[in-house]
Design a protein around this ligand. Sequence first.
Ligand SMILES: Nc1ncnc2c1ncn2[C@@H]1O[C@H](COP(=O)(O)OP(=O)(O)O)[C@@H](O)[C@H]1O
Ligand SMILES: [Mg+2]
Length: 245
Amino acid sequence: MTELPGSQLPRIHTDGVSRTYPSGDAQVTALHPFTHAFPPGLTAVVGPSGSGKSTLLNLLAGFDTPTSGRVTVGDTDLHALGEAERADFRLAHYGFVFQNHNLVSILSAQENVEFPLTLAGIAPRQRRERARALLAQVGLEKRAAHLPHQLSGGEAQRVALARALVRDPAILLADEPTGNLDSHTGERVLELLTAPARAGRTVILITHDREVAALADHTLRVKDGEVMVEGAKVAVSSLSSVPLS
Ligand SMILES: Nc1ncnc2c1ncn2[C@@H]1O[C@H](COP(=O)(O)OP(=O)(O)O)[C@@H](O)[C@H]1O
Ligand SMILES: [Mg+2]
């Protein structure tokens, strides 16, 4: 688990990151070169379907390789790592809530949440307690023994969220995590994503939901593979304290 205070956590940045896909004889540019230092807090990634949001998240995660440019986390060039090193690096610094939940089908909800701790060599008892606490936070304490196929889509998504949070990652990536959820559960999930953002983690969230986007500290708007950084929101009270002369 991350023991560092928020200010010392590794930050993620991109340096001219782009992605093109071959399409017949031509190339489709899913993401134009994008340079950005992600600040701590909640960044919402918004834009129409097919605009390049998931492409960006997959590059930030190191699941996909950029056509050009670099993704850096702290001092580490993510794509310069070997496959196994990158997997270890991810485990240490990232949490994911992606649309294909990737729960392990033969493990119970509890075991799925414990899994990152198992890989990190955390003792069984600590693991169990931490996973139980996370399952309770997502409202699934009664589903701990269920296998993924015994869960609804929304429940599986919440198990994936509990697993993403179990090691208190510095960087949390979520691709429409409130998509399958009723509004009450969606609110609970949002609370669980905003809490780490308040604690100085970098939370990057793709969403179609305006209410969710309105909660974000920062917004990236993606259109036809171009990412625009929207102006930081400035509270009126802090504006009024700026001297006019
Ligand atoms: N593996 C792939 N091969 C070819 N084209 C792809 C691939 N993945 C995404 N694309 C294309 O890249 C564009 C952006 O896709 P995506 O990032 O999934 O959009 P979004 O998440 O905003 O809906 C789309 O035109 C999509 O068809
Ligand atoms: Mg997508």
